[in-house]
Design a protein around this ligand. Structure first.
Ligand code: SIN
Ligand code: MN
Length: 200
């Protein structure tokens, strides 16, 4: 386990050992059953290439009218609770009393990616964002607090956890591509990213 600092992002390489990674995947199964993955529409038209769902009081949601948090899955049901194994990672790394309100689950299948963006739909940016990588390797790109300028990239492997706090909280970031089937954690391949955030 090593801590890499990239532009204020804390990249905890190898934070979760294989047993903990498998336990996390196990804890996500009931979440995926209660709140199946969907492909969100984006405001400009079209759909995101990642499929997603959420757990917690709020889920992150996007459609033609914009990005926001929603209190229900598109099915109309409440989001399932955030698994204890996921909350444990948040508590260990942030040492905060406050629990995250949302655990966004992004699934990257072959060819999926996420463009550069800021996480800015939350009310209080003093809380950090914790981001867990599981499954295939992903090429994570880190930019600046304003759009444009030079960027730096780092491969995130299964078990890596990134904390974006302080100066990094509002930095642009995205996921350029995955190395499909580079990991055997998920039987069908692909990458899961869990993003934990305080929303209100
Ligand atoms: C995101 O920022 O929404 C996803 C980042 C990642 O997949 O690692
Ligand atoms: Mn993000």
């Amino acid at each position: 386990m090593t801590l890499l600092k990239v532009r204020g992002f804390d990249v905890h390489k190898g934070y979760l050992d294989p047993a903990r990674q498998a336990a996390l995947i196990g804890s996500l199964r009931p979440v995926l059953k209660a709140a199946p993955l969907f492909s969100p529409k984006v405001p400009g038209g079209g759909r995101m290439s990642v499929r997603m769902t959420s757990a917690g009081r709020f889920g992150w949601y996007s459609d033609a009218s914009g990005y926001r948090y929603a209190q229900q899955h598109p099915s109309g049901l409440d989001w399932p609770a955030v698994p204890e194994a996921v909350l444990e990672v948040w508590r260990d790394l942030t040492r905060l009393e406050r629990q995250p309100d949302c655990c966004l689950l992004n699934y990257y299948g072959e060819g999926a990616r996420m463009g550069l963006h800021q996480d800015r739909d939350e009310a209080d940016f003093s809380y950090p964002v914790v981001s867990i990588s599981l499954g295939d390797d992903g090429l994570f790109r880190i930019g600046n607090r304003a759009r444009g300028g030079k960027t730096e990239s780092v491969w995130l492997n299964s078990g890596d956890v990134v904390v974006m706090g302080g100066e990094a909280r509002l930095a642009y970031h995205g996921l350029d591509r995955i190395r499909f089937k580079s990991s055997r954690l998920l039987p069908k391949g692909g990458r899961i990213n869990l993003t934990l955030r305080v929303v209100t």
